[in-house]
Design a protein around this ligand. Structure first.
Ligand code: GAR
Length: 195
C-alpha cells in the first residue's frame, strides 16, 4: 500500500476533495494508495476537524514552537516520515520549506499553487494576475524542489478571468477546478513514482 500524507495550514478544502476522490474512485483497491494522515503547522487549521471527521489520523507540528525554519522542518520531516509516505501532498500548506524538509522527500513531494506557473510564484497570485491584465489564471500541481514554486509541472488547469472579477471571485472559481485537478495529479505522480 502506498501511503499519502497531506500537509495543510488552513481550510483544508483541497484535502477534503482529495479524500472524497480517493473514496469515490476507490484508490485503495484500484491504485493501492490511500491518504493515511493530515498534518498541520497550525493547531487552529479548520481542515484538521474535516480530516478527523473523515477518520484520518491528524497531527500538529506548530512552526511557532521552533526557533528556526530548519528546526521546524526537521521535526516536520520526522512526523511525516513516521507514516512511511510514498507521496507527501502540500495542500494549502503556507510555510516555505527549507532543504531540511525538501531534500529527504524530493521526488515524492508535490504542491498545488493557485496560478499558471511559472507565472506568479509566491503569494497574492490572483490579484497579481488581475493587475497584469491576464485573461486566464489557474492552478498548477508541481514537484517541490528547494526553489519556491519552481519544480517540474505535473498538471495544470486554466481558468478564464471575467470582467468584474476580484481576487475573491477568482479564488472561488479556481478552487472548484483545483478540487478536480489535485486528485488527478496525485494519481499521475504516483504512477511516476512507481514507474
Ligand atoms: C488553495 O487554493 C491552494 O492553491 C493555495 O491555498 C489554497 C488552500 O485552500 N495554495 C497556496 O497558495 C500555496 N502557496 P484549502 O486549504 O481550502 O485547500
Amino acid at each position: 500500500m502506498k501511503n499519502i500524507v497531506i500537509l495543510i495550514s488552513g481550510t483544508g478544502s483541497n484535502m477534503a476533495a482529495i479524500v472524497q476522490a480517493q473514496r469515490q474512485q476507490q484508490w485503495r483497491e484500484r491504485h493501492q494508495a490511500e491518504v493515511v494522515a493530515v498534518i498541520s503547522n497550525r493547531a487552529d487549521a479548520a481542515g484538521l476537524q474535516k480530516a478527523q471527521e473523515a477518520g484520518l489520523a491528524t497531527q500538529v507540528v506548530e512552526h511557532k514552537s521552533f526557533p528556526t525554519r530548519e528546526a521546524f522542518d526537521a521535526e516536520l520531516a520526522r512526523a511525516v516520515q513516521a507514516y512511511d509516505p510514498a507521496l507527501v501532498v502540500l495542500a494549502g500548506f503556507m510555510r516555505v520549506l527549507t532543504p531540511v524538509f525538501v531534500q529527504p522527500f524530493e521526488r515524492r513531494l508535490i504542491n498545488i499553487h493557485p496560478s499558471l506557473l511559472p507565472a506568479f510564484p509566491g503569494l497574492h497570485t490572483h490579484q497579481r494576475a488581475l493587475d497584469a491584465g491576464c485573461r486566464f489564471t489557474g492552478a498548477t500541481v508541481h514537484w517541490v524542489t528547494p526553489e519556491l514554486d519552481a519544480g517540474p509541472i505535473i498538471d495544470q488547469v486554466a481558468v478564464p478571468i471575467l470582467p468584474g472579477d476580484t481576487a475573491q471571485s477568482l479564488t472561488a472559481r479556481v478552487q472548484t477546478q483545483e478540487y478536480l485537478l489535485y486528485p488527478r495529479a496525485i494519481l499521475q505522480a504516483l504512477q511516476k513514482i512507481t514507474a
